[in-house]
Ligand binder design. Structure first.
Ligand SMILES: [Zn+2]
Length: 221
């Protein structure tokens, strides 16, 4: 399914049966529909798919859910290369910077969202940990890495907004994370500047966070 979340669809159908836009036949009562509800997992490239290096030390997986989703911008150029190849290259470049320049164990953030709207796994073990409702300890918000999960959006958003594809990918990823972790988007979605002294994720994108929360809530139904 694309923009119609499974939860929203099932909620809409209520009891009985209905045929979704995709042609999928949905049958069930409200209770079974609720049990089956889940936001569709967006396509997220694994580390193997973008050619990640191994972390320097074993990754720490916390046996808890995050309570905040942190939105960042990469503060890099607003490229017009929206290709998959660029998205993979971006992830490798961020990892090299974080490991070789910053001296970190691995990529700092949990997810990368390219300007072309490609979503990529960041820190090691992130995808399986989300599925298990656990949190990989990242390096993306100083002093708050034990309770937050972070998304780096490629670009510089002080005065311009992300392209539509990137925005849509951000909405889908946030909805998926809220669903997996049982988070209320109105409370959970925050900007990096809410935690640290930084202009990240840029004035323009930060001003759009209320719209992001609303869009994610709509997907969640
Ligand atoms: Zn940031």
């Amino acid at each position: 399914m694309t923009d119609i979340s499974r939860r929203a669809l099932l909620k809409y159908t209520g009891t009985g049966l209905a045929v979704a836009a995709s042609g999928l036949l949905v049958v069930g009562t409200a209770s079974t529909a609720q049990a089956a509800s889940a936001v569709a997992k967006p396509t997220i490239l694994t580390r193997a798919q973008w050619g990640a290096r191994a972390p320097k030390h074993p990754t720490t997986v916390l046996n808890r859910k995050p309570d905040r989703i942190v939105v960042h911008h990469t503060d890099t150029a607003n490229t017009t290369d929206y290709s998959l190849a660029h998205a993979k290259s971006l992830s490798r470049s961020i990892q090299n910077h974080h490991m070789d320049t910053n001296g970190w164990d691995d990529v700092g953030q949990h997810f990368t969202n390219s300007r072309g709207g490609y979503l990529l796994e960041g820190r090691d073990k992130t995808l399986p940990s989300v599925a298990q409702h656990k949190l990989v300890q990242g390096a993306q918000v100083s002093g708050h890495n034990d309770h937050t999960i972070g998304i780096e959006n490629e670009g510089h958003y002080t005065s311009v907004l992300p392209p539509a594809a990137q925005w849509n990918a951000l909405v889908k990823l946030c909805a998926y994370l809220c669903d997996q972790y049982g988070l209320d988007p109105k409370v959970a979605i925050r900007g990096h500047r809410d935690f640290n002294a930084t202009e990240c994720p840029g004035d323009a994108l930060y001003a759009k966070l209320p719209a992001l929360r609303t869009a994610v809530a709509k997907v969640l139904g």
